[in-house]
Design a binder for this molecule. Structure first.
Ligand SMILES: [Zn+2]
Ligand SMILES: [Zn+2]
Length: 326
């Protein structure tokens, strides 16, 4: 079992400073993207939401039916689409992307194609079960007290402006990640690890598609319910359009986190104490600490990420020595 070690405030600030510094030009691009999304998303809402309301009227669709279409079909499509984009990146092996590859070795399909095909086949089944069975169950569980009705607003006048989108997404990220990290920490207790979480760790090198390759029990209590909790807390204050943005953000984030690449231009990385793809890759490759999904601060508070920071320092030292030698 890992020995815990809590860092001092000075060390925590220094680590964050170094994390931003390593991004170099990526910081500017990340800020530009945030501004772009905050400008474009309210605009898209104003233009597309009347179409959704018209369709609901035309086909007599209830709110829960829209929620079902979104959570099952749109989210699954999005998951496959992002993974398809990564599949292209994995296969073209362009130096521009390869410079950000975390793992030094070969991709699993190059190491053992048959073993990879078997794992991929199992992954399709598990991802299918999680998206089409577990997500609707999670949606039902959290709406029991409201007679399975969706409480979020669907009204045109409640469509969010950029400030509402910003605070509600940040709020959702922090609440979701608190519950995710707590359940992830619990899943690493020997009993739960052996019975449930070991499945997700079959991928000891992260690949985008491994993100939702989790035991359905884990997906329900560690992923789907923590994802819905912030929206349930916000209730009618959250417009369903914002909920769709939150879902899109969550899926994009989890696939990027498992992608095996640590790109410096990602907007999420601008958040204080953000845990990036390298952070989660370390969790898979070393299977020690780093339980946080979006934020590293939970691990910092309970002292379960100090070995990761030592590992990062060593990697940077080796890289610097290599550059000097060249
Ligand atoms: Zn784990
Ligand atoms: Zn993972």
């Amino acid at each position: 079992m890992q020995k815990r070690e809590v860092a001092s405030i000075g060390v925590i600030i220094e680590r964050e400073f170094q994390r931003y510094k390593r991004k170099e030009w990526g910081l500017v691009f990340a800020i530009a993207q945030i501004c772009f999304y905050l400008y474009i998303l309210p605009e898209i809402g104003q233009r597309t939401w009347p179409i959704v309301l018209d369709l609901m009227k035309q086909y007599d669709l209830q709110k829960w039916q829209i929620a079902f279409i979104n959570t099952c079909f749109y989210n699954t499509f999005l998951y496959f689409f992002i993974n398809f984009c990564f599949w292209i990146i994995y296969h073209i092996e362009h130096p521009f992307f390869e410079q950000y590859k975390i793992y030094d070795g070969q991709w699993p399909w190059k190491e053992d194609l048959n073993e990879w095909k078997e794992l991929l086949r199992k992954s399709y089944t598990v991802v299918g079960i999680n998206n089409f069975i577990v997500i609707p169950i999670a949606q039902m569980i959290v709406t029991i007290k409201d007679d399975y009705q969706v409480r979020y607003s669907f009204e045109m006048e409640d469509l969010p402006d950029w400030k509402t989108i910003l605070w509600q997404i940040l709020f959702s990220m922090w609440i979701q990640d608190f519950f995710f990290t707590a359940s992830h920490w619990l899943l690493h207790k020997p009993f739960f690890y052996k019975k449930i979480h070991k499945l997700h760790h079959q991928y000891n090198q992260t690949i985008g598609f491994s993100a939702e390759y989790t035991h359905p029990f884990e997906f329900l209590f560690g992923n789907a319910i923590p994802f819905i909790i912030p929206a349930v807390i916000l209730g009618q204050r959250m417009h369903y359009y914002t909920y769709i943005i939150w879902g899109t953000h969550r899926i994009l984030n989890t696939v990027i986190l498992h992608s095996g690449y640590d790109f410096p231009w990602l907007p999420n990385d601008m958040c204080l104490f953000y845990s990036n793809a390298q952070y989660h890759d370390y969790h898979h490759s070393h299977n020690v600490g780093n339980f946080g999904g979006m934020f590293s601060i939970w691990d910092t508070l309970i002292g379960t990420n100090h070995t990761y920071y030592k590992y990062i320092d060593e990697r940077i030292n080796v890289k610097n020595k290599q550059q000097k030698a060249d």
